[in-house]
Write a protein that binds this ligand. Structure first.
Ligand SMILES: Cc1ncc(COP(=O)(O)O)c(C=O)c1O
Length: 361
């Protein structure tokens, strides 16, 4: 059976060459006589895999030397809580800019630990915009300012890095990391669950400016301490070796394909194609996000008649286009088109959408 084009928001499609390599190496990794997932994380084989993954990620997204890289468990949601424990004093203000669902989860996670303040929010307009920087109310003594670089559900993406003054900028890059070049030195910390652009679910990356580790933070167990994790090479306990290994293969694949500059070009073309089909459909399809902040990674859209949702999904699936159902918070459809989604997959979806409109318009 041929592989479908899978538009899932995460866990998401992985590059086929990566899956094939993992398949080939599954029973016998590099002649060791065992799978990498069966070997000790402290053995030379896996330690080599881990070191290469970090070196490749640094090269791929341009991590400066004064930044540390952690490979952690607990998903992006755990990092949302841990950033407060590691970098804010108990009850210290922390400013949050909310441009969608995940900004809301981020602030929820830190409420027990900090004075979580909403510096700006676009909730009143249904998260179809990003609040203008001039309207943000930032605290003088904030531990950090938090943004969500790309809102996976609402399809809203920051297109510039905001200047937030003295407090370090922390950003959730779960659904857009490595999709285009970014200047990491403008951030104090970025984090991302891997299951969209970096690999499989079960591992996250945290990239942080080393000097922030001098902050005392709040009482926390060693396992939740980024300083200890860094000292312990992200192996304070048994790490998710399979996920780490697979993410490492994805990093190598992205580098071989031309790196983030090349993916930025592909992602611009892919998203422009889908938005042009939606905008050119005479209202048959609609996306209500402000054009300047439309996501290049997640394209939510609605059909003009909800009764067509089911036939759309059924016919799409029959055409080999799967996982297009929108998040339950919004309804409608969503096409997630991360780095591993080939341009031909997006072209196939665009062709299908135009054909469906002709049949049902
Ligand atoms: C932007 C963003 N942040 C956070 C999360 C939560 O990630 P996790 O499930 O890894 O905790 C998601 C998941 O979809 C996301 O898209």
């Amino acid at each position: 059976m041929p592989r479908a084009f899978n538009f899932s928001a995460g866990p998401a499609t992985l590059p086929e060459p990566v899956l094939r390599q993992a398949q080939e190496e599954m029973l016998d990794w590099h002649g060791v006589g065992a799978s990498i997932v069966e070997l000790s994380h402290r053995g030379p084989e896996f330690m080599g895999v881990a070191a290469e993954a970090e070196a490749d990620l640094r090269k791929l997204i341009g991590v400066p030397d004064d930044y540390a890289v952690l490979f952690t468990q607990g998903g992006a949601t755990a990092q949302q809580a841990l950033i407060a424990l590691n970098f804010a004093d108990p009850g210290q203000p922390a400013d949050y800019v909310i441009s969608g669902h995940w900004g809301k989860t981020a602030i929820k996670q830190v409420k027990p630990y900090v004075d979580a303040r909403i510096a700006a929010s676009s909730e009143s307009d249904g998260f179809r915009t990003i609040p203008d920087r001039a309207t943000w109310t930032l605290s003088d003594d904030a531990a950090y300012v938090h943004i969500t670089a790309n809102e996976t559900i609402h399809g809203v993406e920051f297109r510039d890095t905001p200047d937030v003054g003295a407090a370090p900028l922390f950003a959730d890059f779960s659904s857009s990391i490595a999709s285009e070049p970014i200047d990491i030195s403008k951030y104090g910390l970025i984090y991302a669950g891997a299951q969209k652009n970096l690999g499989p679910v079960g591992i996250s990356v945290v990239i942080l400016r080393r000097d922030l580790l001098e902050r005392a933070g709040q009482p926390r167990a060693d396992i939740f301490d980024y300083r200890s994790q860094l000292k312990g090479e992200s192996m304070l306990n048994t790490p998710p070796t399979w996920n780490w290994y697979l993410a490492g293969l994805v990093f190598k694949w992205m580098l071989a394909e031309g790196g983030v500059e090349e993916f930025a070009r592909r992602n611009a073309r892919k998203s422009a194609l889908l938005y042009s089909v939606i905008d050119g459909s005479g209202g048959f399809y609609r996306n209500e996000v402000g054009p300047a902040v439309r996501s290049r990674m997640n394209v939510p859209f609605f059909l003009h008649d909800e009764a067509l949702d089911k036939p759309f999904l059924k016919q799409a699936s029959e055409a080999g286009l799967i996982s297009l159902k929108g998040h339950r918070a919004l309804g409608g459809m969503r096409a997630s088109i991360y780095n591993a989604m080939p341009e031909e997959g997006v072209q196939a979806l665009a062709d299908f959408m135009q054909g469906f409109r002709k049949r049902h318009g």
